[in-house]
Design a protein around this ligand. Structure first.
Ligand SMILES: O=C(O)CCC(=O)C(=O)O
Length: 277
């Protein structure tokens, strides 16, 4: 049995901190031998996908392009990566933080910040997610030991419930607008610092976050998984609150291709995970 099937109990104060701050760090989410194996599987999947991309040299890319190699939804194509993404242990932590017992995968993504790669602009993930729920989060796990100067995440504490702030996709503009907003509203910026492979941070869909540049000559290899509570609907279209944007329309095509606005978000790319049964 791998650690994937061994559930972790999340302490009550960690759940409270997640609800209040919108982010928490949990150490030892994946054990060392398993993270070393999964790292190899994820790395070869990333290499395979990367070989099909026409990547410009770092210095010729825009700010978002310099932030990281973003290789999305590996689980349907790479069975060894699927074992990692479907792990009950990770889904169980997500479910406890979200206060639910069944979750669905929204998608996974490998986020590799290249040596001397650029900053990750401030943004809200849920800007991109057309889902009618606040019960949605991301696990961000380094696959190698990392120091703060390789670009661990910065979180604006207390922004987990700020909701939709408008049409602000990740960009130079979001960096400016959202860092100004943090200053103006006095949100404390927290960085959880150096992490060992297999430690993880968890942040809610609305939590404002970004990252500094990778100031090292080592690739910052990180893997992320996004889950939401089962029984979540896709937002209606038209939406009385004006929450449709280009990012959400693109996400519908990518992650909910067999579902329509207003329907349940339970398509073929959103497998159900019941960690406690
Ligand atoms: O890895 C990064 O630099 C950014 C990660 C991020 O934005 C996310 O996981 O939601």
């Amino acid at each position: 049995m791998t650690c994937f099937d061994q559930l972790l109990s999340v302490p009550e104060d960690t759940i409270t901190a997640f609800n209040q701050q919108g982010h928490v760090r949990i150490n030892g989410v994946c054990d060392e031998p398993q993270v070393a194996l999964s790292r190899q599987a994820i790395r070869s999947a990333v290499e395979d996908r990367k070989s099909r991309l026409a990547l410009k040299p770092l210095e010729e890319r825009d700010t978002y392009g310099k932030a990281f190699l973003q290789i999305m939804n590996l689980w349907p194509d790479y069975p060894e990566v699927a074992k990692f993404v479907m792990a009950k242990r990770f889904a169980g932590i997500a479910a406890q933080l979200l206060g639910t017992d069944k979750v669905r995968i929204y998608h996974d993504q490998a986020l590799y910040k290249e040596p001397y790669g650029g900053l990750t602009p401030w943004h809200q993930d849920q800007y991109y997610w057309p889902l009618e729920t606040d019960k949605i989060l991301t696990m961000w796990m380094p696959l190698i030991d990392i120091t703060k100067n390789m670009g661990t995440l910065n979180f604006a504490s207390g922004t987990g419930k700020v909701g939709y702030l408008g049409d602000i996709p990740i960009s130079d503009e979001s960096e400016k607008i959202l860092s100004d907003l943090c200053q103006k509203r006095g949100f404390e910026i927290v960085n959880h610092g150096a992490m060992q492979a297999g430690d993880a941070t968890f942040h809610s869909g609305w939590c404002l976050h970004g990252a500094h540049e990778n100031q090292s000559n080592v690739m910052r290899e990180a893997m992320t998984i996004i889950w939401y509570a089962d029984n979540t609907k896709i937002i209606e279209d038209p939406d009385s609150q004006g929450r449709w944007n280009k990012g959400r329309r693109d996400d519908m095509t990518r992650w909910l291709p067999d579902r329509q606005p207003g329907e349940m978000a339970d398509g073929k790319l959103n497998p159900l995970i019941e960690p406690f049964s």
